[in-house]
Design a protein around this ligand. Sequence first.
Ligand SMILES: [Zn+2]
Length: 98
Amino acid sequence: MAFCNSCGASLVQGTRFCSKCGATIISSSPAAPSAASATGTVVSPPVAAPPPAQSSGGGALKAILIVVAVIALRQQETRLIEKAEIVLADANSSGTRS
Ligand SMILES: [Zn+2]
């Protein structure tokens, strides 16, 4: 059973207008006209993102990942420095040779 949003009168299912006050009926039934959506159907609020479930386990894992990333970056850095030193040494040796 539907009710008028304006006057609260009981309405026959599928009617578009209130027989008492003549207000447009916003019905959730599938038979409702498309105009109902234009007048404003009830839209469910956006679902809020769930809070982080595991605070301790996730944090520890994150810290480990950060440490590993930092170590990897430092290893790359040292490798680059070693390479640069080798290149410089080669340049020096070749320069002295010729
Ligand atoms: Zn009414």
